[in-house]
Design a protein. Structure first.
Length: 337
């Protein structure tokens, strides 16, 4: 059995997928690389097959009709045979030295007395044109180099785990029944959110593993693209609210973390709807909050009257301008979009 399965969702990725694959091949025979061709119309399928033929014991090419990023991740989970599971997007890559440290640590932990549910590491924003690379690290939020539970998680506002920082135990993903929606962007947030109630213990390795490329004009996190696809962002936001509402929390610390994460995502949805600058978008913002209120009144009050929620709902045009100004400060500080 492989130690780690890595899924690479690919859609018309011929221009950059090879860099991603080559970086992952450094893991050798301990790794299974699942290249998921999600109905591409360029040379993606051909490149995937070429690599699978060249590295038959490491790489598997999976071809499917276009179902979007979430369905490509679903295919990776369904086909994964490794003990642990990681998603690496086709325009991203990993650091070789950190990669080797992660594989070594996973091997050590599998031989230990406890079953590890999730390994966490850092990621780096490889923002196009930026001279300084922003590192998302957790050394002040999580214990380092030890197994811990949710009572040891102390995330500050603005800090949360993304798909890029997470490696799950594969069987855990099967047990929790994670099924990401088809033809929907921004499902990374669901991937880093829905399985968390099944995670009982974690390990944080303080290495800069994942390199998250950001800056392409057509990238889903580009602000103009996000506004264009705002209905998909809202859909993910509602699904996260549903997941929170349906969760039976065993840990108050887990509940606090998931509420904070949902608060951030709801704020992102709100700022994009405000930035759209139309009455239709403002109506959608109101409808999204109303949906949450009808589902879970307690959750609605927590989101609506949090610091972020109050900022997102400042009254009038002047209030919206203040909200956008605050967003721009955060955008510059955290390096996103």
């Amino acid at each position: 059995m492989k130690l780690l399965s890595i899924a690479i969702p690919c859609y018309n990725s011929e221009a950059y997928m090879e860099k991603c694959i080559e970086s992952l091949l450094k893991g050798g025979e301990e790794v299974e690389i699942l290249v998921v061709n999600d109905g591409s119309s360029d040379r993606t399928a051909e490149i995937a097959d070429t690599y699978a033929e060249k590295y038959p014991t490491i790489i598997k090419a999976i071809h499917q009709e276009n179902g979007g990023h979430g369905e490509a991740v679903n295919a990776g989970i369904r086909n994964a045979t490794g003990l642990y599971f990681k998603v690496v997007d086709s325009d991203d890559w990993v650091n070789e030295e950190a990669y080797k440290q992660i594989l070594k640590k996973l091997e050590e932990l599998t031989r230990g007395p406890q079953t590890l549910d999730m390994l966490i590491s850092n990621f780096v924003y490889e923002k196009q044109g930026a001279s300084r690379k922003k590192v998302m690290q957790y050394r002040h939020c999580l214990p380092v180099n030890e197994i811990f539970g949710w009572d040891s998680v102390h995330m500050s506002k603005g800090k949360y785990l993304l798909m890029h920082s997470i490696i799950y135990r594969t069987k855990l993903l099967h047990e929790c029944g994670l099924e990401l929606p088809k033809h929907t962007f921004y499902v990374d947030n669901l991937f880093a959110f829905e399985p968390l109630p099944f995670v009982k213990n974690m390990y944080y390795l303080d290495v800069n593993f994942y390199r998250y490329f950001i800056g392409r004009d057509d990238q889903s996190v580009n602000e103009k693209v996000m506004i264009k696809r705002i209905d998909q962002q809202i859909r993910v936001n509602k699904l996260m609210a549903d997941a929170f509402h349906n969760c039976q929390f065993d840990s108050k610390h887990l509940k606090k973390y998931m509420l904070s994460y949902l608060d951030i995502i709801t704020t992102v949805s709100s700022i994009m709807l405000v930035r759209a600058g139309t009455q239709e978008a403002l109506d959608k913002k109101k409808e999204m909050l109303e949906y949450i209120r009808e589902q879970d009144l307690w959750l609605y009050h927590k989101l609506r009257y949090s610091i972020l929620g109050r900022a997102a709902n400042l009254p009038g045009r002047g209030g919206r301008k203040m909200f956008v100004a605050a967003y721009k400060v955060c955008q510059k500080f955290y390096g996103f979009n």
